[in-house]
Write a protein that binds this ligand. Sequence first.
Ligand code: SF4
Ligand code: SF4
Length: 358
Amino acid sequence: MEPNELYGRLREHLNNFLMGMPHEPTLMQMLKVMFPLDEAEIALKIPMADTKLSELEQQFPEVDNLEEILMRMVDRGTVFWNQAPGKEKVYRLMTGVGGWAETPFWGGRDTPQAREMAPLYKNMKTLAYSKALAEGAPLVRVIPVMESLEDSSAVLPYDELIPKIEATKFRAVAHCPCRHAANLRGEGCDHTVDNCLHFGTFARFMVEQDIAREISVEETIDILKAARSEGLVHVANNMDGHLESICNCCTCGDCYWLNTAKDINRDVLMESNYVAKADEDTCTLCGECEERCPMEAIEVDGHDCAEVDAKLCIGCGVCTICDEEAIKLVPRETIKTPPNLMEWASQRMEAFKQRKSE
Ligand code: SF4
Ligand code: SF4
């Protein structure tokens, strides 16, 4: 098969899953970096659901070293594997975002592959891809910093991170792919990079592959506290009862989620159920919150107190480090409940069917 046809078919294969993969020049270039020709041929027949090695072997009767090729793809960062105790090994093809777009960066290494991917990762912020990621139910949502709520007793159960972290069986920290890629491009910011949190089976896989480090519940909470004091925004997967990852994002480090939401497509992430509100009596118009807001949602000049644009505000709470304690998060009028895993999948499936029928 001609290379262009092969990568076109690989793109279609990836587009047939819930995450979507539109025909975009940058995405096509990324596929070529991450999937050498022989591995692209194999990838065409690997599902995105866990599949036993014996089942995959039936798909490739002509390939006698399939496991070796699959493990090469694992090491390159395009295939996930897992083996539960007493069970057969399973493999699945990774998605782009949350998968092979980021595996070159999670380990914090400076490799030729990471250098080649770094500018592509920046240019991956496109309207078409962000729409595919947002359709049905956005992949991620903003989690407010608890201390920033006006009434901390009013916190909604799915916004409480600590109990969810305490309930996790396995935790890992990796490098922030966005800031590491920006550093490799010479465009990095001053924020720390060792704070990309992962949980459960995928976290185990990352530790196994040496692209993340296992951490305790206490260290996870310490990392979140440090992220808060750096002015980073907590962005978690948008599912109730299922914690997979928490990014700690900024717009100065060219974060995929925040910069796409700010500059390209606001719908790529779900805002928290809170919005910032300043108090006219105590605000001194110092402008500190305006400077800190990653979404440029606050304006001070020409107002009686810091003015928040509720449409731009994502309810992160980064602005609430105010000497006068004059700005806090208050609940929005309409509360949006994150879907559970089944609801999330069915909402995305509906949107996917709609997309395919258009
Ligand atoms: S809300 Fe606080 S940080 Fe913002 S302008 Fe007023 S006093 Fe300054
Ligand atoms: S105003 Fe800005 S910093 Fe404050 S909660 Fe909204 S988005 Fe976050």
